[in-house]
Design a protein around this ligand. Sequence first.
Ligand SMILES: NC(=O)c1ccc[n+]([C@@H]2O[C@H](COP(=O)([O-])OP(=O)(O)OC[C@H]3O[C@@H](n4cnc5c(N)ncnc54)[C@H](OP(=O)(O)O)[C@@H]3O)[C@@H](O)[C@H]2O)c1
Length: 283
Amino acid sequence: MIVITGATGTIGSEVVRQLAERGVKVRAVTRNPEAARLPEGVEVVRGDYLDPESMAAAFDGAQAAFLVGQVSIETSDTDTALIAAARDAGVPRLVKLSAIGTGDTLLGPFTTWHMPGEKAISESGAAWTILRPSSFASNTLSWAAPIKAGQPVPNMTGTGAQGVVDPRDVAAVAVEALLSDEHAGRIYEPTGPQAISVPEQAAILSEALGRPLEVSEIPLDQVRAAMVAAGRTEGFAERASAGNRFVRNGGNSTVTRDVERVTGRAPRTYADWVRDHLAAFTA
Ligand SMILES: NC(=O)c1ccc[n+]([C@@H]2O[C@H](COP(=O)([O-])OP(=O)(O)OC[C@H]3O[C@@H](n4cnc5c(N)ncnc54)[C@H](OP(=O)(O)O)[C@@H]3O)[C@@H](O)[C@H]2O)c1
């Protein structure tokens, strides 16, 4: 039985789906089991990182666990306690979702966000794997509202290209790491097949929608204010704008072959992701 935390989220929900499809027994953790939409046959349990007893019960009897512990840059470290709970429950194999750029000092505040969790998992005594994916293709779902309202796509990262990755491919790498000790002690950086910028992503989306899309460049000195105006806290805006500066300067253009190396097939392109999610952008 494999425990999946963050089971209702972008990556965790895909990990649940892919494991269930392969006939693996899955226990999905959420703070709100009644609201969770998960595949038939999947055990759903209540668990909250801020309630250690609930996590001890959730991990009980697991052969492996997928850990999505750092859920918001607005909160402090939730990873370390989560990893301790998995370790204390004796889960022998742990896979942690981290992020690309961890440890790269040029990234600013994001650099250290996953560090306590990476350290804790590598010292946990379990067979561990860390995934540091690039920017998710699904981040562009935030463009759906402006696009549907006829407004421009906001561009906070200029022509900075990123190895945009399909969440299904991140999940596929996680699934392999959850099912075999072959990946123990490895840090993978799942990326898409090419580095692309926001204007290039918008062009792909525009072609799929069959209509032009305007892209509005937000100058770096206005990014922070734009985020606060959109309802984000000052702390979030500060960290996120440092991340945007890093991308804008070409810091996140890394493309790896890790998806193919681990899963045996090429990563999906951004165009593949758009094709399968086009309905989200149409009225
Ligand atoms: N977006 C990107 O481009 C990107 C790129 C690289 C890495 N990442 C990493 O991806 C991670 C986020 O993964 P995601 O996007 O799949 O997550 P997500 O879609 O934001 O979902 C968050 C999940 O965490 C659960 N959760 C939140 N607080 C919880 C708590 N206190 N106790 C238990 N569960 C809790 C939520 O479950 P319930 O609400 O059901 O309880 C939900 O399933 C972050 O660590 C980030 O660094 C993101």
